[in-house]
Ligand binder design. Structure first.
Ligand SMILES: [Zn+2]
Length: 600
């Protein structure tokens, strides 16, 4: 048997990623050595526990904090390796058992070192003040410590925290793993060009954007047919998730409401989120208007929910991966050469998994493991214009991380609502670039509509997910059934789309196919927050030109080393002001008007 040599690697081709920056070889020996080393460090750190006293030497406290930081780095590398390997093949037994094993070991370590954070949070304000490191010399560690104390009112005693961690491993985390395993192995059957094809979740979702109305309808119906078969189990998983969320966070920890948990984690005032959701709701008619315009441009008598992502032109242009990468890099370069240089690093290190494979995690994400390591990007590249936007989006995340790579592992990650800033901004740059290069009115119309579709999907759709979650959490605590949730979801869609849109009843199963609703409750408003924020920032960029860039770069380079309100305040933004959010919608209105003017 002869072995075919691998083809020489060209610069930008669809391929799987390389994880060797995390672990030189995925063999038992390497992992065992790492674990031994980590266990010894944990032991040493835990041994210093007795030294923690309110009157201890601040220098010694700082040294312990740095030891803690180093431990977090080591644990993040192992955890990151296991999650990325699992994401590249969720059906691999080896990947799954490694992830489960590491999770168990790391949870054990996490429990052993938890005392440090809890002790710190338990200090009185004056005691903490005395031990805080200097703002000039250790700004990151200082911010990290202050940030920890923000959740002080919701922290339980050490024993209870340990029990919650242990219970989560076989409880909440376990059922979420079941959700991933169950949904990632689903396959879908669709007749395409006369033959029946077996599709992955990512593949069938990409057909929602088909120019053929019959394919759009058939792909949605097939997707929901398959999800309906699993809907009882998925709804049960969700009910448990929601009850666990309430018991832990509201009953035990004393958060004001289920969504307040996310708001505190995001460090965004409840009031700002309420204002955001309300202003978005008020602007639903703006998008309903857009969908009316779009149905006219599509030549349909009536707009169906199936057609929301219909492309305007009938072309089914495929964009090779290499062209997509070149286009994104050129766009970044034109904005700021540093953006392109950083994005290129992701390819140079082979940290991007772009191919479509059965068992690979669907969707797209960017994962930053350590400040000094180039982030990893996963996409399922399917050659659509939309995939180019997704690529720009994920690389935007990677650039954001790398701009903040001078921070600590404890402060590099921006808080969730700011986490989408660079990614969505990169998508806007991409669209503007494509529009500027296009003189054909038909193509411009297509591009503009695709951009508004994206804005719809990021702002209105995500906010309505959160509005659904608010209803669903309440309903489940009142013992709602799976069918009740389906009804609530259909109602939610009617409010979102208005009376004129035809919504097939099969859409009642859509919510069980949205991982965020299960995995990270109320996360989705972060997308609306980020997109509206970016629209406002983008308008300033258009007005201010070059002068805008240094301030924008500074905003990104803060990472998570300052509070969101401070960062936005620096740019003159007040997130509790409805007018600020509304200003984002004025940009959307402008896009719709422009489309209307070239649409006839
Ligand atoms: Zn993103």
């Amino acid at each position: 048997m002869s072995v075919t040599p691998a083809p020489p690697a060209t610069a930008y081709e669809v391929r799987a990623w390389d994880l060797s920056d995390l672990l030189s070889a995925p063999d038992e020996e390497v992992i065992a050595r790492r674990l031994e080393d980590l266990a010894a460090d944990v032991e040493a750190f835990a041994g210093a526990r007795g030294e923690l006293r309110p009157d201890m030497d601040p220098q010694r406290f700082l040294a312990l904090l740095k030891q803690y930081e180093a431990l977090v780095e080591k644990m993040d590398v192992l955890d990151g390796y296991a999650s990325l390997r699992f994401a590249s093949d969720t059906q691999s037994t080896a990947a799954l058992s490694l992830r489960n094993r590491l999770q168990r070991v790391l949870t054990g370590h996490e429990n052993r070192i938890l005392f440090f954070r809890l002790w710190w949070k338990g200090l009185e304000d004056e005691q903490a003040e005395r031990l805080l490191p200097d703002a000039e010399r250790e700004p990151d560690l200082r911010h990290y410590l202050l940030d920890l104390r923000r959740t002080r009112p919701y922290t339980l005693d050490e024993r209870t925290e340990q029990v919650i961690n242990l219970k989560d491993m076989n409880g909440a985390s376990a059922i979420l793993t079941l959700y991933s395993m169950l949904t990632n192995r689903l396959t879908f059957e669709l007749e395409l060009e006369g033959e029946t094809r077996l599709l992955t979740d990512g593949e069938i979702r990409s057909l929602y954007f088909s120019p053929d109305p019959e394919i759009r309808r058939a792909s949605y119906l097939e997707s929901f047919r398959v999800y309906e078969q699993e809907s009882k189990i998925l709804a049960q998983i969700y009910a448990n998730r929601v009850r666990d969320w309430y018991t832990e966070h509201v009953e035990l920890r004393g958060f004001a409401s289920p969504i307040a948990v996310r708001n505190v984690a995001n460090d965004i005032p409840d009031r700002a989120v309420e204002v955001l959701l309300e202003v978005v709701k008020q602007n639903a008619p703006l998008f309903q208007d857009y969908f009316r315009l779009k149905s006219r441009l599509l030549g349909l008598d009536r707009l169906r929910r199936f057609d929301v992502y219909a492309p305007l032109a009938s072309s089914d242009r495929k964009i090779p991966f290499a062209d997509a990468v070149e286009a994104v890099l050129a766009t970044f370069r034109r904005f700021d050469p540093r953006f392109a240089e950083l994005a290129e690093r992701v390819f140079a290190r082979n940290h991007i998994d772009s191919e479509i494979r059965l068992g690979k995690k669907g969707g797209a994400f960017c994962s930053t493991i350590l400040p000094r390591l180039t982030p990893w990007v996963l996409i399922n590249y399917n050659q659509r214009v939309r995939d180019v936007a997704t690529l720009a989006h994920e690389l935007g995340h990677a650039v954001h991380s790398m701009l903040a790579s001078h921070h600590s592992v404890l402060t590099q990650h921006p808080s969730l609502p700011l986490a989408e800033t660079a990614s969505v901004f990169a998508e806007m740059l991409m669209t503007d670039r494509l529009l500027a290069d296009e003189s054909d009115p038909v193509a411009r119309r297509e591009l503009l509509a695709a951009a508004i579709d994206d804005v719809y999907a990021t702002i209105l759709r995500q906010t309505y997910f959160v509005l659904f979650e608010l209803d669903a959490h309440r309903a489940i605590l009142d013992d709602a059934s799976g069918e009740d949730l389906e009804r609530l979801y259909l109602q939610n869609l009617r409010q979102q789309f208005g009376d004129e849109m035809e919504i097939d009843p099969a859409f009642r199963f859509e919510w069980v196919s949205i991982p965020h609703i299960f995995q990270t409750p109320f996360y989705c408003y972060s997308y609306s927050f980020g997109q509206l924020l970016v629209l406002a920032l983008y308008r300033r960029y258009q007005q201010e030109g070059e002068a805008f860039k240094p301030r924008y770069l500074r905003l990104l380079s803060h990472g998570g080393a300052a509070r969101p309100e401070e960062l936005l305040g620096e740019m003159g933004i007040d997130v509790t002001d409805p007018a600020f959010w509304q200003s984002g919608f004025e940009v959307v209105r402008g896009m719709i008007d422009e489309l209307r003017s070239i649409g006839t």
